[in-house]
Write a protein that binds this ligand. Sequence first.
Ligand code: F6P
Length: 529
Amino acid sequence: MDHDPAELWRRYQKHQTRSRSVGINLDVSRMNFSPRYWSKMEPAIQQAYEAMQQLEAGAIANPDEKRMVGHYWLRTPELAPDKKIATQIRETNDRLVRFAREVHDKVITPPRSARFTDVMLVGIGGSALGPQLVADALGTKRDKMRVHFLDNTDPDGIRRLLESIQTRLKSTLVLVVSKSGSTPETRNGMLEVRAAFEGQDLQFAPQAVAITGEDSKLDKQAKKEKWLERFPMWDWVGGRTSVTSAVGLLPAALQGLDVKGLLDGAAEMDRLTRGTNTKRNPAARMALMWYHATNGKGAKDLVILPYKDRLLLLSRYLQQLIMESLGKETDLDGNTVHQGLSVYGNKGSTDQHAFVQQLREGLNNFFATFVIVQQDVPRPGTQPMLEVDPDISSGDYLLGFWQGTRQALYENGRESMTLALDKLDAKSLGALIALYERAVGFYASLVNINAYHQPGVEAGKKAAASVLELQKKMIAYLKKHPDDTFSPEDLAAGLKQPEHVETLFHLLEHLAANKRHVARHRNRFAYLS
Ligand SMILES: O=P(O)(O)OC[C@H]1O[C@](O)(CO)[C@@H](O)[C@@H]1O
């Protein structure tokens, strides 16, 4: 790695890709690629462009699920392979903007309040992470509605959220978001919220909206119960790339955010990254840097370090986008490859007082992406910036810390790239999201995997379902023997499931800790009536 400042400056100037129209600059000068790297990889990235062109033209780019992959059409409907899809996108976007306006204008109101004040999104994974990122990155005190997220089946988390809303439940609009319409965590969240409504004698349906696939279980329920509204999720949009569908746009519109800016920014980045001149294509450059850093085998982790509180959730969002897309056992030819790219991060400079110590001096098993935002606050100049030292503001410190950390890592042979945003607004956020979506697509082509399915997630879901089945059987068995006490082994033998003794033990411990169905007597358990 070069350490001569003049040479580094030359390198910086040479290895940046500026996307002027969205105000984003990608600098890869602190990545340690060889001078011949780009030309060596050019044939491979040209193939990736071709695959992407086919995908955008409506090819079955997700062969396992036999689906098209159309998130790029969401922001440029005219590119959709048929008119029906383009019309569906436009109509849905118009409808959701109108719906939000009518909620704000009190044309649509809840039965027991003059207006809706809060939005609660119930969803998980791709049905929550994008909306959460957008809400946190762009939200202000001036938002039209307060937004909350229920994204787990943790009773304590659910209770905490419901308690915080309490008296405003009667003016809360609940968005239940699930592409499949059958995700258990989301179903549970919906049932818990519904019970809270009933607890306050409120009707759920007139305050509930479903965003889901047509004819899914959730869709049928919403239709049958006459929920306030239903918005579609199409099978050609993956959960983790759904933020520019109704999934992300409806909560953003209700919050009063600039939905058009978000779509425009994403569309513009799509346009820029459709180009096949690699030097000018930031998504291709980024994917090629991932490939360089990890040997195309995920050999190093990607650390996302935004120097911006509002981008705290970016690493969590990218964790799903990248790891669920790239973490695959087999490639497109059926070879076992165990691909992936691990992502973690938080925010700078906070992390400098946490894990940056290891990044600087410990295991060199990562490469970093810094994200900086030049404009410290929206509408600069409206309030004088405090100078915490002569001529120095808090924001100057933040930039100084980024430069310092980048240099400190580089000096110790640790690679990094930097994404510099002129400012953080709906447009640049849309562009940032689109940039990563396409980088993921390109990288998947480089390593020959299907980025658009998630077969691995199913295994855990199935195993969890059988654990819950076992719990039902166990409780039924205990009920039949109310006067006896059991060790886990006794129960496993009684249920004729000796192979599940440990599972039974964990079920017993959990139920006893919550004083539900099971009481503990030293090392034995009994039915608790
Ligand atoms: O929108 P759904 O169908 O509820 O799924 C939520 C999330 O669960 C996953 O399927 C993983 O289980 C993600 O891919 C998805 O974003």
